[in-house]
Design a protein around this ligand. Structure first.
Ligand code: F3S
Length: 414
C-alpha cells in the first residue's frame, strides 16, 4: 500500500503513541484486504465508548477491565474525523433497577466527559441517520453498526465497510481509511437478483422478514430487489437491519429506487443468480423468528434500530389515554435528540402515562438487563438477538399486534 509522507509520520508517532497504535492496526487491515491507498474519511460511527455494564452480568470482570482500558485510550486524543458514538452498554435512565451499578453509572459520566473533550458527538445511537448524522453519496465513512452501514450504503450511496471498534477509532483518530471492499465503485454491483412477489406493505415487520430472507440467501453477496416500492425511512431501517441480521451483506440495491440502481442493468454487471421472494418465504421466516409458546407476554420492545420521531408519534397516538397491562414492561428505544423532540410533542408523556418508557443510549440486546422472559416486538433484529443471547421466547408482528399485546398482556398471532 502506498502511504503519503503525512501518513508515514502518523505511523511513526508524530501524533502520539495511541494514534500510531490504532492507525497501524487500520493500515495492517487494509494491507490484508488488498487496499492500495488510504482515503480521507468523512464520518465515523464508533462503538466501544461506554462503561462496561458489568453488574448487569453481561461481561466478566476481566472483560470489564479491558473495556475500561480501551475506552480510556479511545478518548485520550482529539478525533480528526467527525465521530459519533454507537450505543452504550448501559442506560443511565434505567430507573427500575436494570442492573446498572453506582460504579458503572459514575464511570459512564466520566466517559461522557472524556468523549466530549475528545470532540466526539455524544449520540449513543445505532441509527445516527435519525439523529442528523447523514453522510452524502460517495462520502467515505467508517461506521460500526451493521444495520446503519447497510442503510447508508444502500439508501444514500455513502460508502462504508462493516467496522469493528478498533478500525473505526483508528479512522477517527487518523482521518484516513484503507480503500477496499464497497469503498471502491467496482465492488458495489449486485451479485444476486431477488424478484419480490410478496411485496411488503405498511407493516415494518414485513420489511424485516424480507430483509432477513435476503440476508440468508445472499450471505456475503449484494442483492438487488426488483418489484419493491420506495420504502419509508422506517421500512428502509427495518430492511437494512434484517439484511445484516440474516447474513453478512454490506449493502443492497432496489431497482429503480436506490441511488446507484436507476435500473437493474446499472447494478447487474455480470450474469448472476436470480430467485423469487414469495408468500411461502415470508411465512417461513416469520415462523422461524416467532418462538413464543402460549399467549402470555411480559415484555414489549420497540425501536430497533432506534425509533424515528414518526414511529414514536404512532406509538404515542396509539397509547394515549390507555393503560398497558400491569404485567408488561414496554420500552421504546431511540436517540437522545429524537426523544427531546418527542418530549416537546407530548409523546413521551403519552407513552409514560400509559405505563411505558422511552429510553435512550442503548437497547435490551446490549444491556441484557434481564427484563421479561416472553417478549414481543416488530423488529426482526431484536427478536433474533434476544432469542440467541438471552433465551427470551419471542413473537414478531405488526404494530397493531404489538400494541394490543402490550395493553392486554396477551399475544394474538393474527
Ligand atoms: Fe440498535 Fe440494539 Fe437493534 S443496537 S439495531 S436497537 S439490537
Amino acid at each position: 500500500m502506498k502511504l503519503t509522507h503525512e501518513q508515514h509520520q502518523l505511523l511513526d508517532g508524530e501524533a502520539g503513541a495511541v494514534v500510531a497504535k490504532y492507525f497501524r492496526t487500520l493500515v495492517d487491515w487494509g494491507r490484508i484486504m488488498g487496499a492500495e491507498r488510504l482515503v480521507k474519511v468523512h464520518s465515523v460511527h464508533a462503538s466501544g465508548i461506554t462503561a462496561s455494564g458489568r453488574v448487569a452480568g453481561s461481561v466478566t470482570k476481566q472483560a470489564a477491565e479491558a473495556t475500561l482500558a480501551q475506552v480510556m485510550e479511545f478518548t485520550s486524543v482529539k478525533m480528526r474525523a467527525p465521530t459519533a458514538t454507537h450505543v452504550a452498554r448501559i442506560c443511565l435512565q434505567d430507573d427500575k433497577g436494570g442492573g446498572v451499578s453506582a460504579e458503572d453509572r459514575e464511570f459512564q459520566q466520566i466517559v461522557i466527559e472524556r468523549a466530549r473533550a475528545a470532540g466526539i458527538q455524544l449520540t449513543w445511537t445505532c441509527a445516527p441517520y435519525i439523529a442528523g448524522i447523514l453522510p452524502t453519496k460517495t462520502q467515505i465513512c467508517a461506521w460500526t453498526e451493521s444495520s446503519a452501514v447497510v442503510y447508508i450504503n444502500s439508501m444514500i450511496g455513502a460508502r462504508s465497510v462493516r467496522n469493528g471498534a478498533e478500525s473505526a477509532i483508528g479512522a477517527a483518530m487518523s482521518g484516513w481509511f484503507p480503500e477496499f471492499g464497497v469503498l471502491l465503485e467496482e465492488n458495489r454491483g449486485a451479485d444476486l437478483i431477488i424478484d419480490v412477489e410478496q411485496v411488503p406493505g405498511d407493516e415494518l415487520c414485513d420489511w424485516g422478514f424480507l430483509g432477513y430472507f435476503a440476508g440468508e440467501v445472499s450471505g456475503l453477496r449484494t442483492p438487488v430487489f426488483t418489484g419493491l416500492p420506495a420504502p419509508s425511512q422506517e421500512a428502509a431501517k427495518q430492511l437494512s437491519a434484517a439484511v445484516a441480521t440474516g447474513g453478512g451483506c454490506t449493502m443492497f440495491h432496489i431497482a429503480g429506487i436506490t441511488p446507484e440502481a436507476p435500473d437493474l442493468a446499472a447494478v447487474v454487471r455480470k450474469p448472476v443468480e436470480r430467485i423469487r421472494y414469495t408468500r411461502a418465504d415470508r411465512d417461513r421466516i416469520a415462523a422461524k423468528l416467532n418462538t413464543l409458546s402460549g399467549t402470555d407476554i411480559d415484555y414489549v420492545v420497540l425501536g430497533c434500530p432506534h425509533a424515528t420521531l414518526e414511529e414514536i408519534r404512532i406509538i404515542g397516538a396509539r397509547l394515549e389515554g390507555r393503560k398497558i397491562s400491569e404485567r408488561v414492561r414496554l420500552e421504546v428505544w431511540t436517540a437522545w435528540s429524537v426523544k427531546a423532540v418527542a418530549e416537546r410533542m407530548g409523546l413521551v408523556q403519552a407513552i409514560e402515562n400509559a405505563g411505558g418508557r422511552v429510553l435512550t443510549d442503548s437497547c435490551p440486546s446490549i444491556t441484557r438487563s434481564g427484563f421479561g422472559k416472553r417478549m414481543v416486538t416488530n423488529a426482526v433484529k431484536q427478536a433474533n438477538y434476544l432469542q440467541g443471547m438471552t433465551g427470551h421466547e419471542v413473537a414478531v408482528g405488526s404494530m397493531d399486534q404489538v400494541i394490543s399485546a402490550a395493553l392486554s398482556g396477551t399475544w394474538s398471532p393474527q
